[in-house]
Design a binder for this molecule. Sequence first.
Ligand code: SF4
Length: 202
Amino acid sequence: MADADDVEPLIVNGWPVDPGLLEARAMTRCRLEACQSACCSGGVWIHTRQVEDILAHQDLILPHMPPDRRDPSQWFDGADELDTDWPAAGNATGTAVVDDPTHPAGTTCVFLNANRLCALQAASIAAGEHPWRFKPFYCALHPLGLDDGRLVLVEDSEIYQEGGCCSEPAVAPIPVFQLFDVETKLALGEAGYAQLEALSRG
Ligand code: SF4
């Protein structure tokens, strides 16, 4: 895929989108057994509105946290930065990163369980909500991401440099936006996804 900065973005449902998402590539989604949630090894930026929501619902989340990580005051790293890429731009902070000698990376996001699942997602499901109800936006969007506001497939992050990968080789090519369909719809909505489908058909 060409560097996203080298090509004009598509405008899809009002969003700048890297044309590379239309590219058909012989790959499939990663498997948890193989990747061990490498994408969770360094934590994530999270909007302060989501932090407030998580803390307001901590009783639902606490049962899904490892026993030694049940102090909500230790869940976020205290950083405070303006995220201009956020769909409704605003202040963001980081989830805390903790040592985890059982993980190949040696560290993980505080919310990653021993079974390599996200406690925030587990809590969402257990509460009968959408699986992403409490999940940070950028986690739900991954491996898609925002680069100066442009929707892209993230392939050059530290995670990849350290050997983590969110796809595996496959025989049959598939357009990137179709492979990561739910993530594309999170960013662009059903209408945006339909626009990409139409563009893909030519
Ligand atoms: S919040 Fe959940 S999905 Fe996001 S990095 Fe942490 S454990 Fe992973």
